[in-house]
Design a protein around this ligand. Structure first.
Ligand code: GH3
Ligand code: MG
Ligand code: MG
Length: 232
């Protein structure tokens, strides 16, 4: 048995044993029915509630770890895959628009090569913070790959998403990140696709990716919007 399973089973067993033992103790000091009801009614319920809350809090913490990217605190790839599937299905049911953006840091390898991976990580965390701040609560911001961030924007048409993407791109370009005392600026390229009716997660991701590729080819620090054909 796993150690934690054994530990919590033991705590449960001790609490279980404690209940009748407590009952005997209560009985030995008082034969009053009220004392008995108070013991069972309040004592047992309180102990079970606290035990349940402790387990629930631990499960919450684990769930956060399961869905979060350890470095940036954004959603991880697993969350992205799941939410894209769910949000596309929801958009289809409600005939609502949905946009997907993939942001890729430009020439990020240079940061690592110049300042080392630890500073590179710091840059990634900073940019992740800027992106998260720029989007609404209902938008899903995830670390898609190494230095790529994907944003699912439900109920958002491509034209509206283009404004959002441009706003965040400009904000990043203006952000000064202190590296070894020198303010460092970097840019991102963005690929954007509005989901087509009934489109699969893979297909819309492919189109956003192709648009991102065009943004890179076109000189970086720009947003490209996917066409409606599969070539992006
Ligand atoms: P481009 O403009 O074409 O995107 O150039 P780039 O240098 O950003 O692209 P490339 O794919 O050549 O390099 C991506 C770099 O991102 C290489 C890799 O070391 C770095 N990277 C990926 N994940 C992490 C990470 O978690 N931490 C750090 N420090 N670097 C990372
Ligand atoms: Mg890059
Ligand atoms: Mg990349």
């Amino acid at each position: 048995m796993e150690r934690r399973v054994a530990l919590y089973a033991l705590i449960g067993a001790l609490l279980g044993i404690g209940a009748p033992v407590g009952l005997v103790l209560v009985r030995s000091v008082s034969h009053d029915e009220l004392g008995l009801y108070l013991y069972v009614g309040i004592g047992t319920v309180l102990v079970m509630t606290i035990f349940g809350a402790v387990l629930g809090a631990k499960e919450d913490a684990l769930a956060r770890l399961t869905w979060a990217d350890a470095l940036t605190g954004l959603g991880n790839r697993r969350l992205f895959d799941q939410r894209l599937r769910e949000e596309l299905a929801r958009a289809r049911r409600r005939s609502a628009p949905l946009s997907l953006m993939i942001l890729d840091l430009d020439r990020f390898k240079r940061v690592n090569d110049t300042f080392g991976h630890v500073r590179g990580d710091f840059v990634l965390q900073t940019i992740a913070g800027v992106v998260r701040e720029a989007f609404r609560e209902g938008d899903v911001v995830c670390r898609y790959g190494g230095e790529e961030i994907a944003v699912i924007a439900p109920d958002t048409k491509g034209t509206e998403a283009l404004n959002l993407a441009e706003r965040v791109r400009e904000r990043i370009a203006q952000t000064e990140i202190p590296l070894d005392g020198t303010p460092w600026k970097l840019t991102v390229s963005v690929g954007l696709a509005e989901a087509l009716p009934g489109e699969t997660p893979e297909a819309v991701t492919d189109r956003a990716d192709a648009a991102l590729y065009r943004a890179k080819e076109g000189g970086r620090n720009r947003t490209c919007v996917a066409g409606t054909d599969t070539a992006g």
